[in-house]
Design a protein around this ligand. Structure first.
Ligand SMILES: C[S@@+](CC[C@H](N)C(=O)[O-])C[C@H]1O[C@@H](n2cnc3c(N)ncnc32)[C@H](O)[C@@H]1O
Length: 260
C-alpha cells in the first residue's frame, strides 16, 4: 500500500483546513468537522498509517508504556479525535484495549470499516523492527461523540490517552477545557497513567503546541484567562523519536505526562 500525501503538512492542505475553520464560530466547529468528513475532505490531515514514533515507543520502551498493568490487567487507552483509526488498531495489535473517539458519524463508520479489514490482515506499517507478537491483541472499539461532553464516555476512565493532532486542531479557547477533560478521563496515580502528546514540528508549525505545557501543568493564570490549565499533570518524558511521519522527521517530539 502506498502512503497518501501528507496533506495537513503541505501548505495547500493546511490552508484549506484553516480557511474552513475561519468561516465558522467555535459553536459550529463540530458541524464543521462533520462537514469535512461528509464531503470527503479527510485527506487534509490523514497520513494513511499509524504513528511510527508511537510504534517505536511501544516496542522499545516497555519501561515507559506497556499494555499490561502491574496487576496483570490489560490497559485501556483512549484516542480522542481518532480520525480513520490507524493508531487505535495499531495500539490493539500491541496489546491495549483501544478506544477511538470521533465527533463525526462518517468518521466512526470509516474507522470501523478500516479496523475490521486491518485486524484480519495487519499491514507491515503497524510494526517496527522489534515486535514479535509479544502480547495478545487487545480489543478495538469506537465511540461517536463530543470529547467535551462527559456523557459520551459514560464516566469511564483510561490508563492512557494518546493525542495526535487533536489538541492542535482545536480552537485556542478550548485548550483549558481540553486539559480539564483529559484530567477527568485519566486515572490518577501511577506514572504510566499518562497522556502522550505527539507534537508535530516546532511551535510555528502548530500553535497549539506552544501552549501544551501551560495548559497541562500550570494552575497560575497566564495573561489570557482561557488558556489556564488544570495543573493536574507533570511531564515525565520529552523524547525526540528516531522515526516519525515523513513530514515531521527530525522535528517531531513526544511528550509524556503523568496524571498527579
Ligand atoms: C486533525 S484531525 C486528526 C485525526 C487523527 N488523530 C489523525 O491523526 O489522523 C482531528 C480529528 O478530531 C475530530 N474531532 C474534532 N473535534 C472533536 C470533538 N470535539 N470530539 C471528538 N472528535 C473531534 C475530527 O473529526 C478529526 O477527525
Amino acid at each position: 500500500m502506498t502512503t497518501p500525501p501528507e496533506r495537513l503538512q503541505s501548505p495547500e492542505g493546511k490552508s484549506r483546513l484553516i480557511k474552513h475553520f475561519e468561516q465558522s464560530s467555535i459553536e459550529n466547529h463540530n458541524a464543521a468537522w462533520d462537514n469535512l468528513w461528509e464531503t470527503d475532505n479527510s485527506d487534509m490531515w490523514d497520513r494513511g498509517k499509524p504513528s511510527p514514533a508511537l510504534i517505536d515507543l511501544l516496542e522499545q520502551r516497555a519501561d515507559i508504556l506497556s499494555p499490561i498493568a502491574a496487576n496483570g490487567q490489560r490497559k485501556k487507552i483512549l484516542v480522542p479525535g481518532c480520525g480513520k483509526g490507524y493508531d487505535v488498531v495499531m495500539l490493539a495489535l500491541h496489546g491495549f484495549d483501544a478506544v477511538g473517539l470521533e465527533i463525526s458519524a462518517k468518521g466512526v463508520s470509516t474507522a470501523e470499516e478500516y479496523a475490521q479489514k486491518e485486524l484480519q490482515a495487519p499491514q507491515a506499517y503497524n510494526f517496527g523492527y522489534a515486535w514479535a507478537n509479544k502480547f495478545e491483541r487487545g480489543s478495538v472499539s469506537f465511540i461517536q461523540g463530543d470529547f467535551f461532553h462527559s456523557d459520551c464516555t459514560k464516566g469511564e476512565k483510561f490508563d492512557v490517552i494518546y493525542d495526535y493532532t487533536f489538541l492542535c486542531a482545536l480552537h485556542p479557547n478550548m485548550r483549558a477545557q481540553w486539559a480539564s477533560r483529559m484530567a477527568d478521563l485519566v486515572f490518577s496515580g501511577g506514572l504510566l497513567r499518562s497522556v502522550i502528546q505527539a507534537h508535530h514540528g516546532p511551535c510555528k508549525a502548530c500553535t497549539g503546541i506552544c501552549w501544551l505545557r501551560v495548559v497541562m501543568e500550570s494552575s497560575i493564570p497566564p495573561k489570557q484567562k482561557q488558556q489556564v490549565g488544570t495543573g493536574s499533570f507533570e511531564r515525565k518524558w520529552y523524547i525526540k523519536p528516531e522515526r516519525s511521519y515523513e513530514s515531521g522527521q527530525g522535528t517531531d517530539m513526544l511528550s509524556i505526562y503523568a496524571r498527579k
